[in-house]
Design a protein around this ligand. Sequence first.
Ligand code: FAD
Length: 643
Amino acid sequence: MTTIERHEYDVLVVGAGGAGLRAAIEARERGLRTGIVCKSLFGKAHTVMAEGGCAAAMGNVAEKDSWQVHFRDTMRGGKFLNSWRMAELHAKEAPDRVWELEAWGALFDRTPDGRISQRNFGGHTYPRLAHVGDRTGLELIRTLQQRVVALQRADYFATGDYESRLRVFAECTVTELLTDDDGAIAGAFGYWRETGRFVEFSAPAVVLATGGIGKSFKVTSNSWEYTGDGHALALRAGAGLVDMEFVQFHPTGMVWPPSVKGILVTEGVRGDGGVLRNSDGDRFMFRYVPDVFKGQYAQTEDEADRWYTDQDNNRRTPDLLPRDEVARAINTEVKEGRGSPHGGVFLDIASRMPAEEIKRRLPSMYHQFKELADVDITAEPMEVGPTCHYVMGGIDVDPDTGQSSVPGLFAAGECAGGMHGSNRLGGNSLSDLLVFGRRAGLGAADYVTGLARRPSRRDRDVEAAARTALAPFDPPSRGARAENPYTLHAELQGVMNDLVGIIRTEDEMTEALERLGELRARLRHVVVEGHRQYNPGWHLALDLRNMLMVSEAVASSALMRTESRGGHTRDDHPMLDPEWRHRVLVTRCVPGEAADGLAVPRVEVEVAERAPMREDLLALFDLTELEKYYTPAELTAHPEGGA
Ligand code: FAD
């Protein structure tokens, strides 16, 4: 048995993006010894990449904004499949979380009278996104890190040790969760990326905040960390995942040159006045307003343009429909031959505002296009197309505490599910991770405080985790061909992109599941060269196990949901089906599945019922709007619904 470094905490947070840091701050502030583990450098998480802003109904720019309007927008964006309790908590608490960041030192852009400025984004009725140019995530992470450092400094004065109550383990990957005989969380197992040495954390509560799954798709805005680790860790520990069929394809990723295909072009470009055009110069989005949004969006270019300066008397531009609608529209334009030279459409901000204004409002976009594509966005349009961006599906948690069905296992941020239903509105992730990061930290702290005894992990689980981690160094079994992790990864990305992508059919997804089964079998024979010291091929081999589990969850759920809703579009079932509105799909590990070595435990998907929305929340909507989504039986609770 190899040597294992050991640490003991009350709460272990896996992930140091916005959700993880906010959870850790809360747990530490409640007096618990808290460890934070992140597989990338401290500060390098998706949160830092967030551009457009953080949605919160503060009413600074539009006084009429309120939590009720934000709640309505979020539910509409998610096509009413959202966990309504999460959407309610999120809309009510997001402003406090933004003000709290300001109190901790964040410097948001200001309105002329000095309040936090808020910008327009798709699906939001009012300008609602608190932002710092197009680098909002950077400020958010900087502020949370500063808060971590401030707490460590306070601990130094109290104990003489900066890390006595809050410590960050950076470039350390968690590969397995550890449980006791009753299935309660007892800790986690992982390795240091630099040395390859193993590390074990003993902790009665673990908060997963590992982000998304985008690296399973070929074209994505996500970076290397997004391999669905938290999703897979939770599955293997016995928790369920919800809504895994809902993957968001952001409408505007770069399409050219190939080396940067998928990199995000913020929705802030359209929020600030940019418009989409096809190769005929036509502002095509006016032709794509779906029935459920009819009456809410401008019908002419003049009205849409007036809306940017007078939102009380005009309707919003359809360029800012929710992301799923815009992504599908672009897909159709390209398929019907009206795309740009490199297979996207045009996004034009150059003709809409002076060059200096563009550089001031969108500095990162200006540099991104100049440096990566040699395009000057102040003089010519960008070429953009859909890119895999965000997963709405995630760990099934209690809305108020963030606890999963596994005692001691909590989740927050992108790896948790339910909040966004079938489609997330832009800006609602940064607010989600602040609201639910705090709640998960609080939930974990309360859980640990209430425990009568500390769960103990089983020796055999630690040994199995070490064996699994080392399996890629073993030669393949006799007669089997050695597999390369990079080849398997490229094939997985191709399968997910081509067969479980933006438009889906039963035949393609059935084929995808067969191909995933083959990849699962081949992963057992994966072999990596070299040693355990910084070895990216080895790291990828271990990540692949997670990516395959999560990809199977996505494909199986997508096959089962025979309707189109939000981020799930079925060519063979193109309509919303009210009967599916109250059904969510829950993925779990098949009980008793072998998980030794690199075996990928199979998953199964079952239908569960979403609890009916509370009456006072239902009453926030007009009955006529709800009738587009709900069954008559569900609407009897509406004040106008009657019997
Ligand atoms: P992350 O910030 O990604 O953090 C995940 C953490 O988990 C990282 O520290 C990672 O190292 C760690 N981790 C993962 N696996 C392991 C493991 N096995 N062991 C240890 N650590 C692990 N949303 C908005 O609301 N507004 C925006 O303007 C916006 N812009 C975006 C722009 C881009 C380019 C992208 C990619 C996303 C954007 N989003 C935006 C979405 C948003 O940034 C993410 O959804 C959000 O930041 C996720 O936060 P998180 O804390 O859940 O995860």
